[in-house]
Design a binder for this molecule. Structure first.
Ligand code: AMP
Ligand code: MG
Length: 409
């Protein structure tokens, strides 16, 4: 049996980043930047005011106080958007708004609350030495500084900075189109009332959500019947349409498990037993030149297998710098028993108390126990050789999400 790490290494080796596209910045949310971008100019570009007030000369302003106010002649006004091309000479000040350029000659701003203006004069009643309430050019970034690194997913902060710096269009990688093929004669849609022996197809729904959350674009196909001809045709078509084909079920050794057989005919496969629980059988292969990943059909197995292999694969295709989930160390609140031989992924809920993370298993952990995915924040990893683990032990948790809201209660 392969280790999870070795299996993932082989999966990642088989994936190549998608071609780069140029998109207007307004359409780039959540996509991955394909090049490191540097500041083309300082930010801010010019000294500007941090307050609504008066721009003045710091050598004059430094001496002002309530007892000995400074009186200056107001010679103009600079609003946001004005070029600010007035000259502040000794004995003068300019009315200025937040963000407006500090005019030449001035090097300090006195907030309007510390002043009184009448008859073209402003009375300054507090000190404003050189630099006061002025945001100097380059305070945030200098020309040439790294803005956003290649491989970063573009969120609101990154997009805002790149917009400020005038980067549009952006060179990004899109999410791969992932064809989702669930297999099984037993499957009916969620809306249907299953007949005897039938079950509702939850894997299509789960995998579409997982693919979208990983940044892929899910291509939904109807469930594939356990028939060799039907399976062949569905997988061939999926391979033509997608950047990655993902399947659930049909990879066991049952008489009606046609997936391996069909993918082998259309391309090639490597079938592994991975030393993990749940989700032992994993298939890597290709359909013509499209990469293929096959997961077993059990609803919990697809979730755990997706997290271990498919999500990192999608992220590699997107050109992400970081491919894996973050991990934290948490205190296990209940004992776990396990047999040696496989790495166990135990679904856990996380809770933060007094600065420490606690992990509580979400109930029974069989690969058919779908309720173990509710209130599940990630998986605690229990190594191959481990047996029992006591409550109170530190465990490593792969974090799928952090609990919202008030963690202390
Ligand atoms: P298989 O790997 O095809 O033998 O499937 C294993 C088991 O997973 C099946 O017996 C079903 O109980 C379950 N299963 C397979 N496909 C789905 C699906 N699309 N939705 C929900 N459960 C499924
Ligand atoms: Mg099946």
């Amino acid at each position: 049996m392969l280790s999870v790490d070795e299996a993932r290494r082989r999966v990642l080796e088989a994936m190549t980043p998608l071609p780069v596209e140029e998109l207007p910045i307004a359409e780039a949310r959540g996509l991955v930047l394909s090049e490191t971008l540097l500041a083309p100019h300082p930010l801010p570009r010019w000294d500007n005011s941090a307050m609504d007030g008066y721009a003045l000369r710091g050598d004059e302003g430094a001496t002002a106080s309530a007892d000995s106010p400074l009186v200056l002649e107001v010679i103009g006004e600079v609003r946001a958007g004005d070029p600010g091309d007035v000259e502040v000479t000794p004995g003068t000040a300019v009315r200025i708004m937040t963000g407006a350029p500090v005019p030449s000659g001035a090097d300090a701003v006195i907030p309007v609350e510390e002043t009184e203006e009448s008859d073209g004069k402003v009375v300054v009643k507090a000190p404003a030495a050189r630099g006061t309430h002025v945001r100097p050019a380059g305070d945030d970034l200098n020309a040439g500084d790294v803005l956003v690194q290649a491989g970063t997913e573009l969120g609101p902060g990154e997009l805002a900075l790149l917009a400020t710096m005038g980067f549009s269009p952006l060179r990004v990688r899109p999410g791969p189109k992932v064809a989702i093929l669930v297999t099984g004669d037993e499957l009916v849609p969620p809306e249907a009332e299953p007949g005897p022996g039938q079950i509702r197809d939850s894997n299509s729904i789960a995998l579409r959500a997982l693919v979208a959350d990983a940044g892929g674009e899910a291509l939904a196909f109807p469930p594939v019947r356990d028939d060799r001809g039907v399976t062949l045709e569905a997988f061939r078509r999926a391979g033509e349409m997608a950047d990655l084909v993902l399947s659930s079920g049909g990879v066991a050794v049952g008489k009606y498990d046609f997936v391996k057989d069909v993918v082998e005919e259309l391309g090639r496969i490597d079938m592994w037993r991975v030393a993990m629980q749940p989700g032992k059988p994993v298939v890597l292969g290709s359909i013509a030149s499209t990469p293929f990943l096959g997961l077993p059909g059990n609803p919990v197995s697809i979730h755990v297998g997706f997290e271990q292999f498919v999500r990192p694969a999608i992220r590699k295709m997107r050109g992400c710098r970081a491919l894996l989930r973050p991990t934290i160390v948490a205190e296990l609140t209940e004992p776990i028993t396990k047999r040696p031989g496989r790495l166990h992924f135990v679904r856990v809920g996380l809770r933060l108390r007094d600065g420490r993370w606690f992990a509580t298993p979400t109930g029974a952990q069989g690969s058919h126990i779908q309720s173990s995915l509710i209130d599940c924040d990630g998986v605690a990893r229990f190594d191959i050789e481990e047996t029992g683990i006591d409550a109170g032990s530190d465990v490593v948790v792969e974090v799928w999400r952090l609990p919202e809201g008030d963690h202390q209660s």
